[in-house]
Design a protein around this ligand. Structure first.
Ligand code: FAD
Length: 435
């Protein structure tokens, strides 16, 4: 083994620069025994570890890099009760009972973040539930957003959604370019890396063993259980949980799961701190914001800086072209930011699935998985930890469309990169012509 796992670069993110110090976890060496070995220390793996330990079982967490190195340490920190597939689409295809169950799961997920932050007293996570505004860039998309909000109120009994006119969105954002929008007050924001570090620290303080720089290179069955082998040790357990999401191909041990995912690179930038008068004018309510465009961008104000993110790039590394495109889009919305330098730029992989929802459950009698959060995983992966613990205990929780039996391998997998580029180009065209 020649790779140095301690040397993998972390994201040059605002979160890294402002996070609480990371606890140092040991590297696994020698043999260990557990009830459950968990591969990956993001929100999925750490929440699973917490809920499994609470059931009276012994989990061990193995992380290839440092806890939070994956998407959990570098995301936008937007907390939403939704899936990429809308509840209306779910209703149309799978019926009302399924739509209602998925709606419940989505709301359980945002509550779970609150529960974990409170359970481990993670004040540095700065969790807020101030709401999210979906800002419309033209009348067509505004009508669609309002129609969707009306449907949610009428059919799902979602009382909280509010329609905003052009002036209200201008007051909300400080930008003049939107024609209106929809406010979802239940959404919120968080410091994603502090949340992650609070979870890692919290489970460790309660006695869960977490190992860093301990990549699982091989996962093999033995007579009564399963063995996760790392370069310097092994964990023998009765069950294994794969919590590697869009980084499932870091080693061969879980690489087969990558074929169920299309990894999209998602990029983010953060400006320098804004002068007080400008900071006071932009996004004064502290909500998070998305656009109605197909190539969706999102933004929020943290620490008097504008954070701006978007999806669409593809590739193994950060791309300057993606950062330039984000800056251009940001200045298009906020012309006052034209002269403000960007201080942080970073990116990570989000895991898209064929049916636009994550999947969780049992792969076989000893292996469980939860992945494919489609870029909306801060809350959902936190919740999936609780459901993983239920599966470990032998229960069969109702996870609706998330059931792993619905997980599909991507057809024509080697063609996924050109296919993603083609779809992204088509979406950009539709956005450009205002459809
Ligand atoms: C730039 C960006 C912005 C995002 N913004 C948002 C947002 O605003 N809101 C939202 O809800 N979601 C967002 N997401 C998605 C969200 O961050 C993820 O869905 C969520 O963090 C997934 O958590 P996880 O624990 O499943 O995976 P991860 O946090 O990616 O953790 C997987 C871990 O597995 C480890 N690993 C992989 N292979 C092995 C191995 N063989 N052995 C040991 N360890 C291994 C990796 O090192 C990694 O640390 C964003 C994602 C990105 C990349």
């Amino acid at each position: 083994m020649t790779r140095d796992w301690s040397a993998l670069p972390s994201a040059n993110s605002l979160w890294e620069a402002t996070a609480a110090p990371a606890r140092d976890f040991p590297v696994l060496s020698g043999d260990q025994q557990a009830d459950v070995v968990i591969i990956g220390a993001g929100y999925t793996g750490l929440s699973a570890a917490h809920h499994i330990a609470r059931s009276g079982l012994v989990p061990i967490v193995l992380e290839a890099n440092r806890p939070g190195w994956g998407a959990s340490g570098r995301n936008g920190g937007v907390i939403t009760a939704k899936f990429r597939l809308s509840f209306r689409e779910i209703d149309a295809v799978h019926g009302r009972a399924m739509a209602r169950r998925m709606y419940e799961i989505a709301h359980e997920s945002t509550d779970m973040v609150e529960e974990l932050v409170s359970e481990f007293d993670i004040a540095s996570a700065n969790l807020t539930r101030t709401g999210q505004v979906k800002a419309a860039h033209n009348e067509t998309t505004l009508r669609a957003a309002i129609d969707e909000a009306d449907w949610m109120t009428r059919e799902m009994g979602s009382a909280e959604v509010r329609i905003l006119d052009k002036n209200a969105v201008r007051d909300e954002t400080g930008s003049d370019i939107f024609v209106g929008g929809v406010l979802n007050p239940g959404s919120g924001g968080i410091h994603p890396l502090n949340y992650l570090r609070g979870l890692a620290d919290g489970v460790a303080r309660r006695g869960v063993s977490v190992f860093q720089e301990s990549p699982v290179m091989r996962l093999r069955r033995e007579k009564d259980g399963i063995v996760a082998e790392t370069p310097q040790g092994a964990v023998r357990a009765r069950q294994a949980i794969i919590a590697t999401n869009s980084y499932s191909d870091l080693t061969g041990a879980t690489a087969h799961l990558q074929r169920t995912l299309v990894p999209f690179r998602s990029a983010m930038v953060a400006t320098a701190q804004l002068p007080r008068n400008l900071a006071g004018r932009l996004m004064p309510t502290g909500r998070t914001y998305t656009e109605t465009k197909r190539m969706m961008r999102w933004f929020r104000m943290v620490d008097n800086r504008v954070i701006f993110g978007g999806r669409g790039a593809f590739g193994k590394q950060d791309s300057q072209a993606a950062f330039d495109a984000l800056r251009k889009a940001m200045v298009g919305i906020f012309p006052d930011l034209a002269e403000v330098p960007l201080e942080y730029k970073w990116s990570g992989l989000v895991a898209m699935t064929l049916d636009s929802v994550p999947h969780i459950g049992r792969l076989d009698d000893r292996t469980l998985v939860s992945l494919g959060y489609n870029g909306a995983g801060v809350a959902m992966s936190s919740l999936m930890g609780r459901y993983l613990a239920a599966f470990v205990r032998g229960e069969s929780p109702d996870v609706g469309l998330l059931d792993v039996s619905r997980m599909k391998t991507i057809p024509l997998y080697p063609l996924r990169e050109p296919a993603v580029r083609m779809v992204a180009g088509w979406y950009q065209f539709l956005d450009a012509i205002g459809r």
